[in-house]
Structure formats: structure tokens, C-alpha cells
Design a binder for this molecule. Structure first.
Ligand code: DP6
Length: 361
């Protein structure tokens, strides 16, 4: 009788926050490798508030790779998961756990299947981007499991192949995704601009305007923009390079005035590109527009920006306040202008980074 296969499970767990772009990534020059048409800059949120936690397990008892997202099994057939798994497997090294008597040679990782369980600590129904946190966490945790020795730049380049924005979630603080020049994507990766302690008086408030899933995904929206929007080409080639330099400078100097002006202008131009796409893409709604007006009027009345706004591929507002005092005033203004209704009492405050509920808007 053949000896039974040794049965063991090796596990690793990691957590990655999501990030919010202040200079947006919109458009790919290579769809398969996820290579962008311009550099982008983002701020990584605090992991206690908006993050993905992922556990990956490997065992000779697993007949196939499987994944569960928030407790529900999802298809792993998508090329993006496979790309991340393939790239990490390629870099896997020997692993030994003496206590459990486990010894895995680097070539064994090709044959070992993994089970992946990932959870988001924020309501998925809220329509907040989760792929950035999800893929960053997947790559980071698989790397840990398989004893990958690559630096963060290399890991970010792998996370990029899961979802472009994910490459920026590998680092905390403010992060730049350098688009790179190479056709194979080897130089398209994220670098940290400053760490999370550099500008810690900023307060980020996310106002959830609608909890509906967005109608046009970022992936298909940016594909349509690349194919049809003349403004996208102008933005990528003429506007963004200068903005990236100014934004890096504003962040390094903690110059909120420039930071806020650049952030708002870039969000508005990204949505102008969406409108310039055929057929046009409407990510913001009337409430988003009312929030913009509120902030613009307030900033104008003060003479200097108090709050910056930015909107991704959906109507929810990400508001960045100059400091805690301004954040308190902002929350008062938001609650006054958009009073929560009885059925929206699931609104909750998360310390400095708050989520307003749907507010019935
Ligand atoms: C508007 O990273 O979700 O949030 O690379 O196709 O997965 P894929 O797109 P994704 O796009 C994010 C777009 C954005 C801007 C940004 O985060 O820079």
C-alpha cells in the first residue's frame, strides 16, 4: 500500500488598506499588463478603517486554487488573479516550518494549490473601491506564504497586474505610481513619496452618497475613454506630468493650498474625461455636485482652501480637511446640508476617517 501523502496546511495572513488617488490613473496603454497612460499619486488610508485582510493557505490536500471574498466563493478564472499567483509562484523560495515538520522546496510551489479568504472591514455595498486593497493584500500575503524576498517596488509591480490602483496600496503615506517606459512593465511600479507620519494633521472623510454598485466599472470605463476621448490624450501627455511635479512638491512642503487646488482640479478633469467619452460616463450625481459646490463656496469664502474633494469612479465624495478643526466644521456642514434620514442610521463615525451613511440622497 502506498504511503499516505502528509497532510498539513501552511497559512499566512496580511492586511492592506485602500488608497485614494489625488492625481488620478485613468487609461491603460497595455490592457493585459495594466500599464497606465500617466503617473498617479494617492494617499493610503489607515488600515483600521478601510482595508482588506487576507489569509492564504497551501496544502497538498487542496486539489485546486480557490478563493472566498467576504465568505462567498468567487471564480478564480480571471486572468488578473492568475497573473498575481503566477508572478508570486515564480519568485517562491524554500520554506521550512520545523515545528510542524513542513519542508517545501521552491519548485514544489508550482504544484501546491492555495486557498484564499479575504475580508473587507468596510461595507462592500457602499461601493467603495476595494480592488486596490484586495490585490495589494493578496500579493503581499502570498509573498509572505511563499517566502518571497522581493522588495516593495517589485511587489507593487505584481499587485499592479491585479488592479492598477493596487500597486499604490503596498506603501503607506503618499505614494506615486510611476507609469514606466518599458513595454514589459518592469519599471511600472509604485514608490513612496512620504510616509504616513509626514502630514498627519490631514483628516479624510468619506461621504457615502450612494451605496449602489457603479454601473460602469473602472476597467471598462477607462477602456472606452482611451478609445474615444481626445481630452484623455491631452490630459495624460500635457497636464498630468506638470501636476505630478507640483503635487509631490505640495506634499513634501505640506502646502495645503496647492495640494487642495491640484486635488480638486484633477478630480474635475478626470470626470470631464468621463463626460468626453463616447458614450459619456456619469460617475457623479446631483448630490456629488452639491458637495462640490458646498466645498467650493466655503473655500472661496475663506479665501484659502479648507477642504479638498476628490471623486473616483462613483458618486461618493472623499473629502480631505486641512486639520481636525476644519474636519469638525465640515462634518457639521455636511450633516446640516444632508441630514441623515431615519432609515440611514447605519451611518457611523470612524475616528478621524468617517463614513456618512447614504443620507437618503
Ligand atoms: C478612478 O485600479 O480600479 O480610482 O486597473 O482596471 O483594475 P483597473 O482599474 P482601477 O482604477 C482606478 C481608477 C480610479 C483612479 C485611481 O485610483 O487612480
Amino acid at each position: 500500500m502506498a504511503a499516505a501523502e502528509p497532510q498539513w496546511v501552511l497559512m499566512a495572513t496580511g492586511r492592506s488598506p485602500t488608497n485614494i488617488a489625488v492625481i488620478k490613473y485613468w487609461g491603460k496603454r497595455d490592457e493585459a499588463l495594466i500599464l497606465p497612460v500617466n503617473d498617479s499619486i494617492s494617499v493610503t488610508l489607515d488600515p483600521d478603517h478601510l482595508s482588506a485582510t487576507t489569509t492564504v493557505a497551501a496544502s497538498p490536500a487542496f486539489p485546486s486554487d480557490r478563493m472566498w471574498l467576504n465568505g462567498k466563493e468567487i471564480e478564480l478564472s480571471g486572468g488578473r488573479f492568475q497573473s498575481c499567483l503566477r508572478e508570486i509562484r515564480k519568485r517562491a523560495r524554500d520554506v521550512e516550518d520545523k515545528k510542524k515538520g513542513i519542508k517545501i522546496k521552491k519548485e514544489d510551489w508550482e504544484k501546491l494549490h492555495v486557498h484564499i479568504a479575504s475580508y473587507n472591514n468596510f461595507p462592500t455595498a457602499a461601493g467603495l473601491a476595494s480592488s486596490a486593497a484586495g490585490f495589494a493584500c493578496l500579493v503581499f500575503t502570498l509573498g509572505k506564504l511563499m517566502n518571497v524576498n522581493e522588495d516593495y517596488g517589485e511587489l507593487s509591480s505584481i499587485a499592479r497586474q491585479g488592479s492598477g490602483s493596487a500597486c499604490r496600496s503596498i506603501y503607506g503615506g503618499f505614494v506615486k505610481w510611476c507609469m514606466g517606459k518599458n513595454d514589459n512593465g518592469s519599471d511600472s511600479m509604485a514608490v513612496q513619496v512620504v510616509d504616513e507620519s509626514h502630514w498627519d494633521e490631514l483628516v479624510i472623510i468619506i461621504a457615502v452618497v450612494s451605496s449602489k454598485q457603479k454601473e460602469t466599472s473602472s476597467t471598462s470605463g477607462m477602456r472606452d475613454s482611451v478609445e474615444t476621448s481626445p481630452l484623455l490624450q491631452y490630459r495624460a501627455q500635457t497636464v498630468v506630468p506638470g501636476r505630478i511635479l507640483k503635487m509631490e512638491e505640495a506634499i513634501k512642503n505640506r502646502d495645503f493650498d496647492s495640494f487642495a487646488r491640484l486635488t480638486c482640479a484633477d478630480s474635475n478633469q478626470f470626470h470631464a474625461v468621463c463626460l468626453d467619452t463616447s458614450p459619456p460616463i456619469f460617475y457623479m450625481n446631483d448630490t456629488s455636485h452639491r458637495i462640490i459646490s458646498l466645498v467650493e463656496k466655503w473655500n472661496h469664502a475663506e479665501g484659502t482652501p479648507q477642504v479638498a474633494y476628490t471623486f473616483d469612479a462613483g458618486p461618493n465624495a472623499v473629502l480631505i480637511a486641512r486639520n481636525r478643526k476644519t474636519a469638525t466644521l465640515l462634518l457639521q456642514k455636511l450633516l446640516y446640508c444632508f441630514p441623515p434620514q431615519d432609515n440611514d442610521l447605519d451611518s457611523y463615525m470612524l475616528g478621524d476617517k468617517s463614513i456618512l451613511s447614504d443620507a437618503g440622497l
